[in-house]
Design a protein around this ligand. Structure first.
Ligand code: SAM
Length: 216
């Protein structure tokens, strides 16, 4: 957020912002503190309950599928997502089209996802996480099941090229792809994230998109 990919902080005041796959609405809370008018949307009631527990602070909370947004056309100035919704749907273009529809012409959508290159490596923080163990090109989803064989977690892989095509195919203009580097001050390990891997591999890709005013 502080990278100002949504635009200068001072221009966030009163901006109508949609956060998709908001989880506990961390981004929306930050946006509200800057004077924006955020709506945090998530499919999961449980996640939105976490948001409520942390403190609602004038944030709209909406339970809905990002592939069928319950909002009128052009009702937001900005949209954002931190690792939300897009990696978990089989048809990300549907979500991107919906985001485009609810953005006003000229509106910006910034979303982050785990960097696609990570798909090829084991999710381990140590040296074992530096050796390719799967094909970067294999789009078979990652699925975790419960004892009854029901899918409880599904993640879909898109290559970098797939993501670019998804954005463009949804009618958005891709302005930038940001690959943040691991900050030197961060010595913490968390899941597969670590300074060792962070120094050598990108962890996150951030896509900056605009609803082109010239295309209506
Ligand atoms: C990895 S979490 C990210 C949460 C939050 N943005 C954060 O940074 O902590 C992904 C979120 O996307 C939500 N999600 C998954 N599929 C979705 C969909 N189709 N529509 C809306 N939200 C979805 C999940 O419920 C979950 O809260």
């Amino acid at each position: 957020m502080e990278a100002e990919l949504l635009g200068p902080v001072e221009e966030l005041k009163d901006a109508r912002v949609l956060e998709i796959g908001a989880g506990a609405a961390q981004c929306s809370r930050w946006l509200r503190a800057q004077g924006a008018r955020p709506v945090a949307l998530d499919l999961s009631h449980r996640q939105l309950q976490h948001a409520l527990r942390i403190g609602r602070e004038d944030i709209g909370l909406v339970q809905a599928d990002a592939g069928a947004l319950p909002f009128a056309d052009a009702s937001f100035d900005l949209a954002c997502s931190a690792y939300g919704a897009l990696p978990f749907v089989a048809e990300p273009v549907r979500v991107l089209r919906e985001v485009r529809r609810v953005l006003r012409p000229g509106g910006r959508f910034v979303f982050s996802a785990t960097h696609p290159v990570r798909w090829a490596f084991p999710d381990e923080p140590g040296p074992e996480g530096l050796t390719v163990s799967a094909s970067y090109f294999d789009r078979t989803p990652y699925v975790e099941q419960d004892e009854e064989g029901r899918a409880v977690y599904v993640e879909h892989h898109r290559t970098l090229g797939d993501r670019v095509r998804d954005v463009v195919g949804a009618g958005l203009r891709l302005v930038d792809v940001v690959e943040p580097e691991w900050p030197r001050w961060n010595t913490q390990e968390w899941g597969g994230w670590s300074p060792l891997r962070g120094a050598l591999l990108p962890g996150t890709a951030i896509f900056v998109c605009v609803r082109d005013p010239e295309r209506g």
